[in-house]
Design a protein around this ligand. Structure first.
Ligand code: AHR
Length: 516
């Protein structure tokens, strides 16, 4: 497939004309609260996500806090990470937690079969993960092994983590240096059970879910939120069967959706791409709206009381690995294109939080669409990091609907459900607990600056301040040699007059405004 043919052309929609885009913010029509967990993260034993990225060990020459990289720790603390999923991914269904506790020198090694055959020495295990969550201040989300583990093994893991009594597993934990139980709410019962997690049919997995989850007990005041392994992308049958066969035995059902291309036998380069490929990518990312709607429609029909949450516990871009890096380690660069995928995705996620209660981008460090890249003692914050930081104002805020009338571009009919018209402006808004309104605007265009008029009916805002992430090229990124090419800056191109806000958005830009 060549991309020259995909970019059919541009067309003007509605009354909008070039450089006159209109956004209307409906502050008088508040929606659901945007759970902070929409901004969740995912860390897998994959490549250098854990080893080298989060954990270097106490004896490392790299500055560390009890074995965790201090630079990464600080960067994550600034991001207000609400929840961290671990230890996989595919790795979770081959992971045996007992290998990762006790004295490091006695921990057995294993081969990480999913990810490049790397030898895993289990030096990062349960204690290291839960202590990390305490340091970052986030909820842990544990992925349990159903594919190759036993019911007893998973049941004992839950006991080890959450029991405070005189129980065998709590005593083992104490022996290993941790007296009090850790906080654990979210428990995934298997991962991608249709694929790397056991190649199961949904009917068979439903029975296994029922069996495994039965023995995951609530110890000493803990109340587990059990998540069944959900569908990939367009597999609506998986969701249907799980809703029918598992129903209220699960608190949540997961879904995975990656913005991934498969052209010319590859996923495409993270750094070298043309505008046609860029616009295709944003279209593919926007296609998630249709996918969410369809899974939610099934859940609404089967669970009209809205008791079962949908968790998009893997999402993000997936490109070819960076040349020269280890095959199977999924180390990819991250450009302004990835940042625009992130902001556009959040604009969509915010609309569906009645059902959608958590999203976990894949992954936190050094893997796929990461927040942070590390190499030896060097660290780079990616454009995606800055989007998460900018958008953190929307965590736990009340969603406010926005209407966007703007130029649209036809990107051709290569996607399954995306209609092919790509809006050049994307937006979302919310009101936080203090009553402050934030509006985020993305100029998707890689070619043109946009003048956006924002109507603020019923609001008495006098002033707006803002922060911007932008760079002249859509391929622009941060490298270990030039780590600050793309970074946030104060935004000044905004004014308010007669209840209308005028905003000048440079091409390739993401802006979040605070209304006063
Ligand atoms: O995030 C990388 C992998 O993608 C995960 O391990 C797996 O669940 C998914 O296929």
């Amino acid at each position: 497939m060549t991309f020259k043919s995909l970019l059919v052309g541009t067309m003007l929609m509605g009354t909008a004309s070039m450089n006159a885009q209109t956004v209307t913010l409906h502050a008088d029509q508040p929606g659901d609260v945007i759970p902070k967990e929409i901004y969740g993260q995912f860390a897998e034993h994959l490549g250098t996500c854990i080893y080298g990225g989060l954990w270097v060990g106490r004896d490392s020459k790299i500055a560390n806090t009890d074995g965790y990289r201090t630079d990464v720790l600080h960067a994550l603390q600034e991001l207000h990470v609400p929840v961290l999923r671990w230890p996989g991914g595919c790795f979770a269904d081959e992971y045996h937690w007992m290998d990762g506790i006790g004295p490091k020198e006695k921990r057995p090694k294993m081969v990480n079969n999913n990810w490049g055959g790397t030898v895993e020495d289990n030096s990062f295990g349960t204690h290291e993960f839960f202590n990390l969550c305490e340091l970052i201040g986030c909820e842990p989300y544990l992925s349990g092994n159903v594919g190759s583990g036993t019911v007893e093994e998973l049941a004992k893991w839950v006991e080890y983590i959450t029991s405070d009594g005189d129980s065998p597993m709590a005593n083992l934990r104490r022996q290993n240096g941790r007296d009090k139980s850790w906080n654990l709410k979210y428990l995934g019962v298997g991962n991608e059970s249709w694929g790397c997690g056991g190649s199961m049919r949904p009917e068979y997995y439903s029975d296994l879910y029922r069996r495994y989850s039965t023995y995951c007990r609530n110890y000493d005041g803990h109340n587990l939120f059990k998540v069944a392994s959900g569908a990939t992308d367009y597999d609506y049958n998986w969701t249907t069967v799980l809703m029918d066969q598992v129903g209220n035995r699960m608190n949540g059902l997961s879904l995975h959706y990656y913005t991934v291309a498969g052209w010319d036998g590859s996923k495409g380069s993270a750094t070298t791409f043309d505008k046609a490929q860029y616009y295709w990518t944003v279209g593919k990312c926007r296609e998630i709206e249709d996918v969410l709607k369809k899974h939610i429609a099934i859940m609404d029909e089967k669970d009209p009381q809205n008791n079962i949450a949908l968790l998009l516990d893997e999402w993000g871009t997936w490109w070819d690995e960076e040349p020269g890096t280890i095959k199977g380690h999924l180390f990819q660069q991250n450009s302004m294109r990835d940042a625009i995928v992130a902001s556009t995705s959040f604009d969509i996620f915010h609309k569906y939080t009645r059902r959608l209660k958590m999203c976990n981008i894949a992954q936190i460090v050094n893997v796929l669409q990461s927040m942070i890249l590390t190499k030896d003692d060097k660290m780079v914050l990616t454009p995606t990091y800055y989007v998460f930081k900018q958008y953190s104002v929307h965590q736990d805020a009340t969603y406010l609907p926005v209407d966007v009338e703007c130029e649209e571009m036809s990107v051709g009919g290569v996607m399954r459900h995306f209609p092919g018209n790509l809006p050049m402006v994307s937006a979302t808004a919310s009101r936080d607990k203090q009553g402050t309104i934030h509006l985020s605007l993305t100029n998707v265009s890689a070619d043109k600056d946009q003048a956006v008029t924002v109507n603020l009916p019923g609001l008495k805002a006098k002033k707006a301040t803002g922060v911007i992430l932008t760079s002249p090229g859509i391929n622009d990124l941060n490298t270990f040699e030039n780590p600050n090419k793309v970074k946030e800056a104060p935004f000044k191109e905004v004014s308010i007059k007669n209840n209308q806000m005028s905003v000048k958005l440079p091409k390739n830009s993401i802006v979040t405004l605070t209304l006063q």
